[in-house]
Ligand binder design. Structure first.
Ligand code: MD3
Ligand code: FE
Length: 226
């Protein structure tokens, strides 16, 4: 299909615009919330810290236990980082690519994650892992559950940057029907409690250019893993 920005006749000025105002909170589950634009006021201070983290632990494409190379490239910071290879997936204290501990989680990352958790009614969130996912057009994440974390009582906080993506919010079985939620630059999703083990995924990223991030989407997820 032709994209809107290729065709001035069907130009849709709002195709990639959030349908919502910054500051709105959308409840997508009993204990799952989308905080529209929550990260925007933090980004000017946050992005230099992200650059520093990515210099120490660059994005890399990992191989799943099944032998498939993930279309999403990953990095991590914090005491624990997430890794997959042919032998399985797990949290580790060291980056297997550099042999060094994962970069420290910048204090500002932690503060933002805690502020978002509070806004979604989760107090006392202490993340020890921040996974950083990079999507380029076509990259996707198939339906999965996040259950590698030692404690499932803590929520997960996820921040979207760059190009918009269509997030799939499912049920407790892979075959359950999914709700589609568009996620935009600066949005934060928080989910925990009864919604913690829902299946979820990301549809293939559509082509586009974001003024700050170019042709990519970055997603950061804050977790209590250890
Ligand atoms: C899960 N990342 O890294 S996070 C992952 O956008 C991952 O990169 C996706 O899944 C990404 O493990 C999605 C957003 C999210 C939002 C709501 C959820 C995940 C959720 C609700 C329930 C379970
Ligand atoms: Fe996930």
């Amino acid at each position: 299909m032709m994209r809107n920005d290729d065709n001035p006749i069907t130009l849709d000025l709002f195709a990639d615009e959030p349908p919502t105002t910054s500051g709105q909170i959308e409840r997508i589950g009993q204990q799952a919330f989308v905080l529209r634009g929550f990260a925007l006021p933090w980004l000017e201070r946050l992005l230099p810290a992200l650059e520093t983290v990515l210099q120490a632990a660059p994005f890399r494409q990992m191989v799943t236990p099944g032998g498939f190379t993930m279309s999403v490239a990953l990095s991590s910071c914090g005491a624990l980082g997430w890794t997959t290879d042919r032998s399985g997936y797990r949290y580790t204290a060291h980056d297997p690519q550099t042999g060094r501990p994962w970069p420290d989680m910048p204090a500002l990352f932690r503060e933002l994650a805690q502020a978002a958790a509070r806004a979604a009614h989760f107090e006392h969130f202490e993340p020890d892992a921040c996974l950083i996912n990079r999507y380029v057009p076509g990259a996707r994440m198939s339906l999965h559950q996040d259950k590698n974390e030692r404690s499932l009582s803590a929520p997960i906080v996820s921040m979207s940057l760059g190009l918009p993506a269509m997030f799939q919010f499912g049920g407790f079985e892979r075959s359950d029907k999914t709700l589609r939620v568009p996620l935009f630059h600066g949005d934060i999703v928080v989910w925990g409690g009864v919604d913690r083990l829902r299946y979820h995924g990301v549809l293939p990223l559509k082509d586009g250019r974001h003024p700050r991030f170019g042709a990519q989407r970055i997603n950061m997820t804050f977790r209590t893993a250890g």
